[in-house]
Design a protein. Structure first.
Length: 245
């Protein structure tokens, strides 16, 4: 089942895997964990295990049912490259993405090491965009792991942004998403950090998407930067070169 998404850089979410475990500092106030607890409490059968990693084999082929091309965020409620997700299941998900190629799939992981280990065992059709979360400058190595994959569109999810990035090598990267943390206990994001990343993107000709300032009241904080919204997408969107339509 696809769920219409309020996430600004996608259209719908698809969750053949739900649940995760904390991996790095960006996970401290995980929105997916909060949501999973609410859904578990409401008796949603998909969250019968709470936020424990759960595979939903019956959802693996769902995109074949959606005839209209969509921009799909894969596993907004989990991580496809979690150690508890077998390679065979990851291959099943990739097979659907390979064959239901009228959609674009946006896959994001913090587990870039496992991504790099498995990348040559997966088929990277042009409609699969691969991203890694780089929430602080401690995790620049994830970008190198992403570069090692065969994904034709590679992107960074720099949210929740927790540090400055004085140095940011974006060679081989097509798109950068920046956003502040939101919800209870949200850690503040400095405007100077956003400015620095935006400057890196301009100098290195990389598309820049500003998602939100975040905070406890994220709607009030808004998502304008330098007096406007920044909704740039990867260059291939201009001529649909990343789709097999």
């Amino acid at each position: 089942m696809a769920q219409a998404s309020l996430i600004e850089w996608t259209e719908v979410t698809w969750n053949p895997v739900t649940g995760c475990t904390k991996f790095s500092e960006g996970c401290m106030h995980c929105y997916a964990e909060r949501m999973a607890r609410r859904l578990h409490g409401a008796g949603n059968p998909r969250y019968r295990n709470g936020f424990k990693v759960t595979l939903h084999q019956d959802l693996v082929e769902s995109p074949f049912k959606w005839k209209k091309p969509r921009l799909i965020f894969v596993n907004s409620m989990g991580d496809l490259f979690h150690k508890d997700v077998p390679l065979s299941f990851i291959k099943d998900v990739f097979a659907t993405m390979n064959r239901a190629d009228h959609h674009i799939y946006q896959v994001v992981t913090k587990r870039a090491g496992r991504l790099a280990q498995l990348a040559d065992k997966l088929e990277w059709t042009p409609n699969i965009w691969m991203g890694v979360t780089v929430e602080s400058n401690r995790h620049l190595g994830r970008i190198d792991d992403l570069r090692s994959t065969g994904a034709s569109v590679k992107f960074l999810s720099m949210e929740p942004l927790l540090t400055d990035f004085p140095v940011l090598d974006l060679e081989g990267i097509d798109w950068v998403i920046v956003g502040g943390e939101s919800g209870p206990g949200a850690r503040p994001m400095s405007e100077a950090w956003v400015e620095s990343i935006h400057s890196h993107c301009i100098r290195q000709d990389v598309s820049f998407f500003f998602k939100q300032w975040g905070g406890v009241r994220k709607k009030a904080a808004g998502r304008t930067f330098k007096g406007r919204t920044w909704d740039e997408m990867p260059p291939c969107m201009a001529d649909q070169a990343c789709l097999s339509l």
